[in-house]
Design a protein around this ligand. Structure first.
Ligand SMILES: [Zn+2]
Ligand SMILES: [Zn+2]
Length: 877
């Protein structure tokens, strides 16, 4: 008994202690016998290579708040954690490790390499989940999954085979986005486009048997090696007479036709375009329409590939083989110029696509890939959102989603890497393809045993699209699947709506016949205080673990969540905000210290006015916070809670309680407040809640005894304690106290000097309230009257709605001297006002926010001047 609280809150030891206690006691695991309705979230699985960044911290804080709130409401709450194998990202990390030993993955072979990745995963893959624990994430770690664990791998095979059997997966030659560095196809959305300064080369192709040329403009002149036609718009009069004629491809000597195609834009370049079906998506389509050959002129690694050209075509260009694409570009341009085939070079701004993993310029490339036919699959996924079975919060993402889904192209799911789910397809020597969950022994068509598995692996997003049900046991019919699917809400940033969210909906509807979640909460992305993206190269990254080390997880969580806006805008995180949240935890800590240090011998009497007021405010706050959390408005809930704790409970109620209040109300309100705060700040609330219990202080009605605040009941508002009239009376008390404090501040009256106040008001102020005012404003005497006949000489005045306050100052301060001082102050203010007015009137082309700031300043200066003038008037009366 009687354990003291340390002077300052030591977050680190408290957080470690409680997280371990919670996890060891199984508090994160839902009670299997509970009959309550389930509330389920599946974590967006972080990359196994990842370490916690601010985006994760925000995302998981939001989820943990919803989870802890639900758990305290008594629901059957489950948060499923896990990590993603993150194909290319993880492979890159291990490749880099290998490179340190001057080795490439090819040197050790596929099997050894994959083994190495697994070893790497065992050793380092747990980092992010340890970091999530430090954040306080109350995931059920007994259900932790990995996208490549045994069960999920089975789910992937099952899904692939089922889609194939339904005719929804096909293998085809397509132009895909190829990263020559990663040596794999990447999906459309994995390409980052930026406007870059480039060149436009004008090449002249001779018309066979004449002295004429047709000029074409291109941004990738090296691809001319793969040209199989030149296309013009059929309506373009300049080229009419060339249509059907043959051109001779410079350097190569290949004969290629001039064709007409509506796709060609006559206003681009010369109006004639070279057609390279194997290296450009539009040219590919043109090629299909005109039955053109597809000639590949580049190796997978981006180097020139001409050794398969007919002999005569290779003659002059044999040296191009194996030359890197950018060097090749220079050589080809130089050779074209030498031969008189280069008309001109222009500067040209071009959209350049880069690999989002390694930033290498991607190459549109013709290759054999596996595709999922999306057209049919997206239909129910569109419908589910249109019918409101799934809704986005905020709603504006609905449009983005629908627009994306309606234009969904087939999904290229094969990747030419080694780390991932190997595609369950085998090709026989006879050409037959077998797609099966288990490796076949022989070809089911010809019986041959010469069958080889497809070397490719599946896109990482394939396995994560199954995440909401594969983690619960699918394809087995498990109890978990039955109990916890569909989940309730998905929490994520808007950057992966297209990558991931849309695909989970598609797969959930396909395999479970039910949408995987009913709500999608989309939050903004974290930026620095100026709005810039946090990045290593800008040096503006705030590391969440570093913040947790410094100020504790609770402060970090609170800072992040209180920055969330209702419209889900990006979040500008500053050190100031973190400091503010740390101060908030200290404030809460100090309240507890005050309560624990109180003299318990004081007799408990009936409810004082202060008690009635705080009970009214507290119960209203319970309603507010509960409502906001149910609407997923975590940001507003946090801000309201902050205001309640700081501006009402601490600033007013604690002060008033020193005059006159019931200890019981003080302790019970604080205890309930801790419960309201728990989802936001789990650690400090548990620590204090336990400490209060050790002192055996009474707890609120709703909080029956239990061993952890985590499982304590969420407070329920007692509506009969909410009183409009008491809150109004308290508002008057606050106004009067503030007004007198203002008078003291403007007139430099020391706090030690007691004053008298005349309060003229029609409002009723009870004897209790008058006592609070006297004490809080340090007044010796208060005279309340409904009207006053003559002016009270030499007094300071404050005019409030329905209340006038006069504070006589004769004998308290030297009135003449004070009037002089105030006049000087007014003169200084006048100067400032003139200055700001000038600035506002002459300010052109000023950013809006600066102008707003100036206008705010002007308003404030005018207000101050008004107050000073009033004081001067009343003092000189
Ligand atoms: Zn790449
Ligand atoms: Zn066969």
């Amino acid at each position: 008994m009687g354990e003291e609280l340390s002077k300052v809150y030591e977050a680190k030891s408290v957080e470690e202690k409680w997280y371990k206690t919670w996890e060891d006691n199984g508090y994160f695991t839902p009670d299997p016998s509970s009959k309550a309705k389930p509330f389920v979230i599946v974590i967006p699985p972080p990359n196994v290579t990842g370490s916690l960044h601010m985006g994760h911290a925000l995302d998981n804080t939001i989820q943990d708040i919803l989870i802890r709130f639900s758990r305290m409401k008594g629901e059957k709450t489950l948060w499923v954690p896990g990590t993603d194998h993150a194909g290319i990202a993880t492979q890159n990390v291990v490749e880099k490790e290998l490179a340190k030993e001057k080795k490439r993955k090819e040197d050790i072979g596929r099997e050894k390499f994959v083994e190495m990745v697994w070893k790497w995963k065992e050793k380092y893959g747990g980092q992010i989940t340890m970091q999530l624990r430090r954040l306080g994430a109350s995931c059920d770690w007994t259900r932790e999954r990995f996208t490549m664990d045994e069960g999920l791998s089975r789910a992937v095979k099952k899904a692939f085979v089922a889609l194939y059997d339904d005719g929804l997966i096909y293998r085809g030659k397509r132009i895909i986005n190829w990263c020559p560095r990663c040596k794999t196809a990447i999906s459309d959305i994995e390409v980052e486009y930026t406007e870059e300064n480039g060149k436009l080369w004008y090449l002249k192709y001779p018309v066979e048997g004449t002295n004429e040329f047709v000029a074409v403009a291109t941004t990738r002149p090296e691809t001319m090696l793969g040209d199989t036609a030149v296309a013009v718009n059929p309506k373009d009069a300049r080229y009419k007479h060339f249509i059907g004629k043959m051109l001779v491809l410079p350097l190569v000597g290949r004969r290629i036709p001039v064709i007409k195609d509506d796709f060609v834009d006559p206003s681009f370049g010369t109006g004639a375009v070279k057609v390279t079906p194997a290296h450009d998506p539009n040219d590919y389509e043109i090629g299909l329409r005109h039955n053109l050959p597809q000639i590949i002129m580049m190796h997978h690694d981006g180097k020139g590939h001409i050794s398969h050209f007919p002999k005569e075509e290779q003659e002059d260009i044999a040296s191009y083989e194996g030359i890197d694409r950018f060097k090749l570009r220079d050589i080809i341009v130089a050779d074209l110029e030498k031969g008189g085939y280069l008309e001109k070079i222009e500067d040209y701004k071009n959209k350049i696509g880069r690999c989002y993993r390694c930033k290498t310029i991607i190459e549109p490339y013709l290759s054999d890939q596996w595709f999922i036919r999306m057209k049919e699959l997206v239909r129910p996924a569109i419908q589910a959102v249109e019918e409101g079975k799934i809704s986005y919060i905020p709603d504006r993402w609905t449009k983005v989603y629908l627009n994306w889904m309606e234009n969904h192209r087939d999904w290229c799911v094969s990747r030419q890497i080694w780390w991932g789910h190997r595609i369950p397809a085998w090709t026989c020597d006879c050409g037959h393809i077998i797609v099966a969950e288990e490796a076949p022994q022989k070809c089911d068509k010809c019986g041959s045993t010469k069958i080889v598995q497809d070397p490719d692996v599946l896109d990482t997003w394939f396995s994560s699209s199954l995440w909401p049900f594969s983690t619960l046991g699918w394809p087995d019919k498990t109890r978990d699947l039955e109990t916890y699917y569909p989940t309730n809400v998905l929490v994520t940033g808007y950057d992966i709506i297209t990558f991931w969210v849309s695909k989970m909906i598609v797969m959930g509807l396909k395999f479970m016949k039910k949408e995987p979640f009913s709500k999608i909460f989309i939050h903004g992305l974290i930026r620095d205080v100026t709005g810039k993206k946090m990045s290593k190269s800008l040096g503006n990254v705030i590391d969440p673990i570093n913040v947790i080390d410094r100020v504790g997880a609770d402060a970090l969580r609170f800072a992040l969540v209180s920055l969330i806006s209702g419209q889900g805008q990006d979040i500008k995180l500053s050190e100031d905000k973190i400091t503010e949240a740390r101060n908030f935890s200290n404030k809460i800590w100090n309240v507890a210290r005050y309560i624990l240090g109180k003299d318990k011998s004081k007799k408990v009497k009936g409810l004082a006015f202060a008690d009635k007021w705080i009970l009214s405010r507290f119960n209203r706050t319970i309603d507010d916070i509960t409502g906001k959390l149910e609407e997923f408005d975590m940001g507003e809930a946090a801000r309201k809670l902050y205001d309640f704790v700081w501006s009402e409970f601490c600033d007013w109620y604690l002060e008033m309680s020193k005059i006159d209040a019931s200890d019981k109300v003080l302790v019970e309100t604080f205890e309930g407040t801790l419960r309201l705060l728990h989802p936001f700040m789990p650690f400090i609330t548990e620590e204090l809640w336990q400490k209060l219990e050790m002192r055996d202080l009474p707890r609120g009605k709703a909080g029956a005894r239990c061993e952890t605040i985590m499982l304590a009941k969420w407070p329920k508002a007692e509506k009969n304690l909410i009183s409009e009239s008491i809150e109004e009376e308290m508002a008057a008390v606050k106004d009067i106290v503030r007004a007198v404090r203002n008078i003291r501040a403007t007139l430099n009256i020391p706090h030690s000097k007691e004053l008298t106040a005349y309060i003229v008001t029609g409002k009723k102020l009870g004897a209790g309230q008058v006592e609070y005012i006297k004490s809080l404003a340090r007044l010796e005497k208060i005279d309340i009257t409904s009207k006053i006949d003559k002016k009270i000489e030499g007094s300071a005045a404050a005019v409030l709605p329905e209340i006038n306050i006069y504070v006589p100052l004769k004998g308290i301060i030297d009135l003449n001297k004070e009037v002089e001082r105030l006049k000087e102050k007014t003169a200084k203010l006048d100067e400032d006002i003139v200055q700001i007015k000038q600035r506002i009137s002459s300010g052109r082309n000023i950013p809006e926010e600066v102008m707003l700031e100036w206008k705010g300043r002007e308003k404030e200066l005018l207000r101050q001047k008004g107050a000073l003038t009033d004081q001067i008037d009343s003092l000189s009366a």
